[in-house]
Design a protein around this ligand. Sequence first.
Ligand SMILES: [Zn+2]
Length: 422
Amino acid sequence: MAPRSIARVSGSSSSGRMRPDTVRRFDLSSAQLASSEMARDINRDIVLEFIRFRQPVSRVDLSRLSGLQPSTISAIVEDLIEEGWVREGAVVRSGRGRPSTMLLVNDDLVTLALDIRPSQAIVAVVDLSGRFLSHETITTAKDPETATAKLVKEMNALRKRHGDKTFEGIGVSVPGRVDPVTQRLLMAPNLGWEGYDLRSALEKAMGLQVEIDNDANACLLSELWFGRLEGVRNAVLVAVAEGLGTAILAEGQLHSGFNGLAGEFGHIPIDPKGPVCGCGKRGCWEMFASSRAALQTYRKQSRKQVSDIRGLLQLAQDGDRAALKAVKAQAEALGHGLRLVTAALSPERILITGELTSCWEICGPIVQRELEAGMLAGAAPRLTTAGDGYLARLSGSAALLLQRHSHYHRSTHISRRAKAKA
Ligand SMILES: [Zn+2]
């Protein structure tokens, strides 16, 4: 009997004979035949995921969890140990069975994670389980070259401090959009580094692989790798701040679209007579559902001074009528716009991040109500809040690197690492 493999193109009977039950359409200009090597790579990623989520875990458990043959599990685990992803732990005797060696992810393998904000940047060392070993905050210099030089200096110091670890690469989260191919910054209005080739600069200075992405994507990845999204393949994260940022998980992958700008829902006009947005168009969703919108509504209705959104949310929680009205209008607009998101992507889960979530007992039910009212059919996506502090962005930056390494990229990456070590 052929070893049972999860990564098959179509279903097969237990005898191992292929029994295609669906036909897929492939783009022949970029099609690759699924080699047995590719199937092995996918199975290896699946086993590594089981080890990450269920550690410490035995080979027997992995076989049961994954449905892969014990012999297949043994071979994959051997590879993962040899490549440095996994290590063996304690030997455990349970009941009458044979003692089994528990497996854990290798905590000696770490990534450098960078969260770059307009005013400050944080550099951290994160391990495969998402634990922070160190982090340092530095101020972000205005021009990208000076800023990069400071970051490099800090990263080198951290690398030295953790000299016993193997550094996998650098994951970077930025407040802007990144070209999915060149990874140059396409749009970073608050940072102003458009066109700067941050990846090449960091790769050259550090000699490590670099992956850069938008901060909302980093938050979504953090939930996916280290949070509560296990098993979810279609989700949308909406970051409510000065504007509205969105990250899309489609069929288990971050979706950036043709030019890296997929998910700019914040700039879809919902009222052609609405106020002019920073993008130059009128009545964009973010003109009604962002923190800026809530502040503007409040300032029109109250003479009380409020410096920022945190102050406004505090007033709302204290029962200030004008503040409550402004925050509720924001929540309503947010829920209303989520109809666009749901109609476009039909996610299973919608995650909301941002200051607004500190007032979720007031806003949550309103957003939920608006979302449900807009469903064309079926149940509304589950609505939850998610962390978006610098820790979420940093662990997401680390995951960015792990994500890009998985599947088909891994073999090339490993050969690269082997070469680097040689
Ligand atoms: Zn706009």
